[in-house]
Design a protein around this ligand. Structure first.
Ligand code: HEM
Ligand code: HEM
Length: 166
């Protein structure tokens, strides 16, 4: 995806980044209820009202991630993103681009496979479940890379995802 010369993300991009991050963490932490609901539907038993509420939340939060990601990608395509930090080695820039691209692929693939599993083929649940380890691995790499920038290289990578462009 393209980069442009602005020095930071804008307020909408920053809000979408942290909102989507929080919703994805919710999806991973509270996924047990939807699993239980899927199993109950297959085996014909009832789940508690609390579990049913959390299972519904999984569906709606998942749709919200899909919609907000579409908006985010549209803004990203029009406005671009800041280039990598100054003096960044080529391999680190490539790793950053690959991680960000993998996040975007997953932010689409997770809800789409979930929708297929829920409305069309329950068997697609197997594929949908890969979202969990895939997100956990990417988040770990992403957070470590951010800490490396902030604490070791002491550049403005983290600040530009906090303080909007003027
Ligand atoms: C960002 C979006 C989403 C994420 C990160 C996500 C994540 C997860 C996770 C972690 C599980 C449990 C897997 C496990 O513990 O092994 C799960 C199960 C499930 N999710 Fe999602 N989900 C998302 C969106 C959706 C959407 C939009 C739907 C449906 C409209 C959906 C439907 C389901 C169903 C039906 C299951 C149970 C699958 C089964 O047990 O066979 N998910 N999801
Ligand atoms: C589920 C959680 C997360 C997801 C899905 C996610 C996704 C992304 C994506 C796709 C980008 C690229 C933005 C673009 O240029 O289009 C990005 C940038 C960024 N993220 Fe995250 N992120 C998550 C959590 C976090 C956390 C916890 C931190 C802080 C430790 C963080 C810090 C940053 C920073 C500083 C950037 C800007 C990088 C740069 O400009 O080079 N993210 N994130």
């Amino acid at each position: 995806m393209s980069t442009s010369s602005q020095s930071s993300y804008n307020l909408t991009q920053i809000t979408l980044h942290w909102l989507i991050a929080a919703l994805v963490v919710f999806q991973i932490v509270f996924a047990e209820a939807i699993e239980e609901a899927a199993e109950a539907a297959e085996e014909g038993y009832r789940i508690s009202a609390g579990e049913a509420l959390l299972a519904d939340a999984h569906i709606w939060v998942g749709f919200a991630v899909l919609g907000l990601t579409m908006l985010r990608v549209a803004i990203r395509l029009v406005r671009g993103a800041p280039a990598g930090a100054a003096g960044e080695p080529a391999f680190a820039l490539l790793a950053m681009k690959a991680t960000h691209l993998a996040f975007y692929v997953l932010l689409f693939a997770a809800p789409v496979t979930g929708i297929i599993a829920y409305y069309v083929f329950p068997e697609a649940g197997e594929l949908h479940e890969i979202a969990k380890p895939a997100f956990i691995a990417l988040i770990a790499i992403h957070v470590l890379a951010t800490l490396w920038h902030h604490l070791i290289r002491r550049d403005d990578t983290l600040r530009r995802m906090i303080r909007p462009a003027q």
